[in-house]
Write a protein that binds this ligand. Structure first.
Ligand code: FES
Ligand SMILES: [Fe+2]
Length: 311
């Protein structure tokens, strides 16, 4: 295997999987698993390059996308163990992932960096509405001596078991968020015509101040109430990007939260998306204290429902 840091000539590469070429690769072995998730979530996850350094933080330190589309993506990544790897200039892998959506098949090629020359081809097979089987095959472009194969295979299987554990949590969270989103959107549509604001009991102010935050489900959405810098704040718990769980994010000293799924950052006072890659956070609900208890006031239709499928 090579570890050369040269520039990939992306223009010379096809964006379609060359199935005929697979027989020329050396099969090292595979990793199989069944996952309690739909094929839609799995393919969405394969195309989603942005989650790598956030959901797989022990495997990836940073990612810079070179190109992406329904065909897949190309990116440079940094490993978390590289000193100063917070910037993409410290990248040490160039990756390409090609997806065949019809065939439920995707192929990842490591083109530059550690493990360059390894390709990972995955066939997903739907078993039920929310169950798939995956067959992850590890190939090498260069010949690998038989004596080294078990070593590579052990490392790859271990890494992919971890990656799929982490992806499964993301995909199940995304499915739950989509289900909630459609339920809440339905309630919101049913409330058209209502003029009275909704008032929702949150909890006892002292106990929420002690924990710093609390999530609250209302008929039209989930909110997060926070105590920050001596004041009460409330914001939608659903990220406007892909409905990530913003109530799980911690707030920094500047009043900024970072979504755990793709790292988008939001100012809690203005609701603004700081990277500008996404609509602002819904902060139109009000939180107020009465007799030592906290309440939310939500005005019908005062908050804009976000797109559930990404920005
Ligand atoms: S869901 Fe993508 S950044 Fe929040
Ligand atoms: Fe992943």
């Amino acid at each position: 295997m090579t570890n050369k840091d040269h520039t990939v000539d992306w223009s010379a590469r096809s964006k379609r999987i060359d199935y005929a070429r697979v027989s020329s690769l050396q099969l090292l072995g595979n990793y199989t698993r069944s996952l309690p998730i739909s094929i839609e979530r799995m393919l969405e996850n394969a195309l989603d390059w942005e989650h790598l350094p956030h959901v797989h933080a022990s495997s990836f330190g940073a990612i810079e996308c070179i190109d992406s589309g329904r065909w897949g993506w190309r990116a440079r990544t940094a490993q978390p163990t590289v000193p100063g790897a917070e910037g993409v200039s410290a990248h040490n892998q160039s990756l390409e992932l090609l997806v065949d959506l019809q065939a439920h098949y995707w192929a990842t090629a490591i083109l530059v960096g550690p493990a360059a020359g390894i390709e990972i081809h995955t066939q997903a097979t739907p078993v039920a509405e929310h169950e798939i089987a995956i067959d992850v095959r590890f190939y090498s472009v260069q010949p690998v001596d038989a004596v080294h194969v078990p070593l590579y295979l052990d490392a790859l299987r271990m890494q992919y078991a971890l990656l799929y554990d982490e992806d499964l949590l993301l995909m199940q969270g995304r499915q739950r968020a989509l289900d909630n989103h459609s339920r809440w959107s339905g309630n919101e549509a049913a409330s058209i015509g209502a003029s009275e604001p909704l008032e929702i009991f949150v909890g006892e102010a002292g106990s929420i101040a002690a924990t710093g935050r609390m999530s609250v489900d209302t008929p039209t959405g989930r909110y997060c109430v926070r105590r920050h810098a001596g004041t009460w704040l409330v914001h939608s718990a659903m990220c406007p990007h892909m409905l990530g769980p913003l109530d799980e994010a911690t707030v920094d000293a500047q009043g900024v939260i970072t979504c755990p799924w793709h790292g988008y950052r939001f100012d809690l006072f203005s609701g603004k998306s700081l990277q500008g890659r996404c609509p602002s956070l819904d902060t139109t609900a009000l939180v107020f204290e009465r007799d030592g208890n906290l309440f939310l006031r939500i005005h019908p239709h005062s908050h804009s429902r976000r797109d559930s499928s990404g920005c």
